[in-house]
Design a protein around this ligand. Structure first.
Ligand code: TRP
Length: 504
């Protein structure tokens, strides 16, 4: 039996409920990794720290994981001149091993040794505590009252201060994604993908493949939707979404979403839903006879966001009214039932709306004016060479217009050689360069940009098992977070109060 099994046995013997936090996916099993992999917050975790003083007395400190111990205070409380972390040898003496300590084992230790246990007063604010057997890849979430049945004598005190690096506000949550409607294009890249890739280093990032949303457009086309989902999935990986940093998941893999959706639908007025500019514009633009699902897609999107308590939602500019509606729902719910949801903030990428190759306002796949991230060099060349430029310029010696010219907009967005771009612009304005040269240089820049993206896509195309594993792991991880929110939601609303005691 390993340590984890021993501890679980002790919990079972006392009929104590626990939730297993699977940390095995973590690379190095530190608290930081646990936070990253499981989506837990530092303030939900507790660590057991063993100290030894100059008199060889042991002091055990239980502190919340978003806090640092104030060693001065601990010295005073324990009459110690110096305090050091117990060595591996010291721990072994007590039958412990670093990374395998659990508070559940402390009571027995107190039976045989006179050990002082100090508890961070912040721990006493926790309802449930995650503490772990990190080395073996597990954490356990246990009600505080139950957990402390295993600690016999302890003293509670203000023995910690905030650990600035571990404040919930510091590592904020991002959630974003796409309604799969085919392969992604370079407009998506500058609009949102680029942001995502950059932000995944600093934020806890969730990326959803919004297949439920796609059904609201054409419920009968499941096969097409699955193909599109897969393409969007590969495109995300191809541009550099790193599954070790971000959680990428399938929307429908979290059925709890629909519970929230059903409830939110009761909160939003029909008139308000129809007034959403994103919905109105899209109905007009696509000449839709919209389904109820389509009119309500911002409400489904609000669920996607709120159920993760996402702080930041990187989106295209056209989606800002959708985020606004999510904020409203969060506010209304919190007002009615107490705080549960974070009001998310929408963030727009560096080019909010990229023109199409035909000069039309927006690049879109359905408009046949898009350069796909997965386009081959040949297709790219053909698309660039037939791009719309300045329609009034007939000969290379005519003075041209740079402003609003799609070829130059793309140069600005994708050609890192700013000197080359500025030289081309100068000569274009003076009628000293042909369209062909401008386009050939654009092709070169775009091709250099797309090359590594194509390669990465190919890597995953050739390894479908690896790709699938990423999606399954991500969906499981994301679902855990949502289940936590749903539990709180049900409690706050009291929706199942009448049957709570039944095992339904
Ligand atoms: N509606 C978004 C789109 O236009 C996709 C989406 C669904 C989304 N749920 C989301 C975006 C949540 C950000 C957050 O593609």
């Amino acid at each position: 039996m390993n340590t984890y099994e021993k501890i679980v046995e002790k919990l079972k013997a006392r009929k104590i409920q626990y939730e297993e936090i699977d940390q095995r996916a973590a690379k190095n099993r530190s608290v930081d990794e646990l936070v990253r992999v499981t989506g837990m917050r530092y303030s939900e975790g507790m660590s057991t720290l063993f100290f030894i003083n100059e008199k060889d007395e042991y002091v055990v400190v239980l502190r919340r994981d978003d806090r640092n111990v104030k060693s001065g205070v601990i010295k005073k409380l324990t009459n110690s001149k110096s305090l050091n972390f117990a060595s591996e040898g010291d721990l072994n003496k007590f039958g412990f091993e670093a990374g395998l300590v659990s508070p559940v084992m402390l009571g027995e230790l107190q039976d045989s040794y006179d050990i002082k246990i100090l508890v961070d007063s912040k721990v006493m604010e926790m309802d449930k505590i995650i503490c772990g057997i990190a080395k073996e890849g597990y954490g356990l979430k246990i009600a505080r009252e139950d957990l402390f049945l295993f600690v016999k004598r302890y003293e509670v005190g203000d023995i910690t201060e905030a650990n600035e690096k571990r404040q919930t506000g510091v590592r904020r949550r991002i959630l974003t994604g796409d309604t799969p409607s085919g392969r992604l294009h370079i407009g998506h890249y500058v609009g949102t993908l680029e942001n995502r890739v950059k932000m995944q280093d600093d934020y806890e990032t969730y990326i959803l493949l919004a297949n439920n949303h796609a059904y609201a457009n054409y419920y009968e086309k499941s096969e097409l939707i699955n193909q599109n989902v897969y393409d969007v999935f590969l495109d995300n990986l191809a541009v550099g979404i790193d599954p070790n940093k971000s959680t990428i998941y399938l929307e429908s893999g979290i059925p709890e979403t629909m519970v929230f959706y059903g409830f939110f639908l009761t909160m939003v007025k029909h008139s308000r839903a129809l007034r959403n500019p994103s919905v109105k514009d899209e109905i007009r633009y696509k000449k839709l006879d919209p389904t109820l699902g389509f009119i309500s897609y911002p409400i489904l999107q609000a669920v996607d966001i709120l159920q993760f308590n996402a702080d930041i939602v990187p989106v295209g500019e056209d989606q800002l009214p959708v985020i606004e509606q999510a904020r409203e729902i969060a506010r209304d719910f919190n007002k009615a039932y107490g705080h549960l949801f974070t009001e998310p903030k929408g963030v727009v990428g560096r080019v909010s709306r990229l023109v199409g190759t035909d000069g039309k306002e927006k690049m879109s796949k359905s408009g046949h004016n898009a350069i796909l991230l997965s386009d081959s060099a040949e297709v790219l060349k053909q698309k660039v060479m037939s791009m719309y430029t300045d329609p009034n310029r007939i000969k290379a010696t005519d003075k041209g217009v740079v402003e609003g010219n799609p070829v130059f907009i793309y140069h600005d967005a994708f050609n890192p050689d700013v000197d080359e771009v500025s030289d081309l612009k100068d000569r274009y304005l003076q009628g000293k360069v042909g369209d062909i040269e401008v386009k050939e240089k654009l092709y070169k820049a775009l091709n250099t940009f797309l090359e590594p993206i194509r390669e990465k896509r190919k890597y995953y195309e050739d390894r479908p098992d690896e790709a699938k594993e990423i999606l399954v792991t991500g969906t499981k991880r994301a679902r855990k977070v949502v289940q936590g929110t749903l539990e709180k939601f049900e409690k706050l609303v009291g929706i199942n109060k009448l049957i709570e005691s039944n095992d339904v």
